[in-house]
Design a protein around this ligand. Sequence first.
Ligand code: ADP
Length: 479
Amino acid sequence: MFDKQTKSIFIGGKWIDVQEKETIYNPTTLEPITEVAYGGAQETEIAIQAASKAFTVWSDMTGRQRSRVLYKASQLMLEEADRLGEILTLEQGKPLNEAIGEVKGAANFLLWYAEEASRGYGEWIPSSIKSKRMLVIPQPVGVVGAITPWNFPSSMVTRKIGPALAAGCTVVLKPAPETPLSAIEIIKIFDRAGMPEGVVNLVTGDAQAIGNALLLDKDVRLLTFTGSTAVGKYLMRESAEHVKKLSLELGGHAPSIVFDDADIDLATNLVLASKFRNNGQTCICTNRLYVHESIADQFTALLTEKVSQLKVGSGLEEDVDLGPLINQQALEKVQSHLKDAIEKGAQVVVGGGEWEGNLEGCFYNPSVLTNVSDDMLIMNEETFGPIIPIQTFRDEEEVLHKANDTDYGLAAYIFTESTNQAIRASEKLEFGIVGINDVFPAVAEAPFGGIKQSGNGKEGGHHGMDEFLEKKFVSIGIS
Ligand code: ADP
């Protein structure tokens, strides 16, 4: 399954062997899967040089020419979705159907940006001075450093490099150390799709050394990053030296609000999907649930029944809903949130305890908590695991205030059948994304991104490509 290329880095169109290697482990069994190259600052610098050289060629091509390569890559990804999905499950642990779904979604980002590559429109500004003409030309920012996380090893890669490449930028990609294999497969596909040399480069290895090399080189004009708020802040501070552009998708603490007129069956299904997809390891997962007191008992009973039916196990087994958490640290965080909540008076309605399966990975029983108070860790910090804390509320103003009372501002969800309530609440929620009776906002054609400490910039939609385009103003005097 894994060839020599898997153990190499990809620079200037060539697979290059590096001496140091790192073992990648299967989070389900804790067994080694394969080794990958362990690159560092030196490899990153060479990759940046290759990307700088290729920028001249790639940015000079027409959008339509760039589109062809992206389109071909998206086709190849779709053709190989089953194989790529299996690799994704092996390295990340999520159920195979979710993994294949992610790969198809990832291919869709490439398709959408293949289409968008031809549409980098500029502007003609009507002049207030008769002897002047004014033009705005969009131009690619230059070399992009892309740093991706482990929770979506495939779609985070294409959501970043798809629009960057469509805009005419070249890329140095650093995937998460836990899940480099999906990224390596995507790069192989770009290679097969005929990507000119140096346009996409991949360095796996030492996160800090690679990250710092990207920060220190002034030829890297933009960093696009998805990960923790702490690392996002670090990149922001260090980018100041060269005034780099930044596109940051950071942490979240999504509230879900179930109003009294919600369709309870639908709302429980969607909360379930939002919380337990990828085992709660997404930055837009419901982290806290507010249910109107008049329906709280009915809602909690139905949700609890559905949660108790979820199957935990190996993502390669059929009918499994939740795989393992990514590592021990993730498990400890989830356990600490549960312990803190219990100490402060929460009741475990379902879940908690030790998972009793026979796999070595960091599994956790999906859990529902009631009697939850605002001072609990789980109501304030990103849990990144399968626990739903439920609080009840009485009125709209009170619940919207609570929902907004966080430094994060990525996604929020509301469940209601009332259009008035939905519009009112979505306008008042201080989040970059609001789902109304919907928990799947990450699509290729729409802007995804946070406000406050959840980051800046958008991914997806034409907004996603805008991130990679400078707007040059050309001021023309005419006689
Ligand atoms: P998470 O908690 O989701 O793992 P991180 O922010 O730690 O989030 O990691 C997200 C990505 O950022 C990964 O690719 C990781 O290797 C990378 N990363 C971590 N530390 C640094 C750093 N100092 N410089 C650059 N990238 C980093």
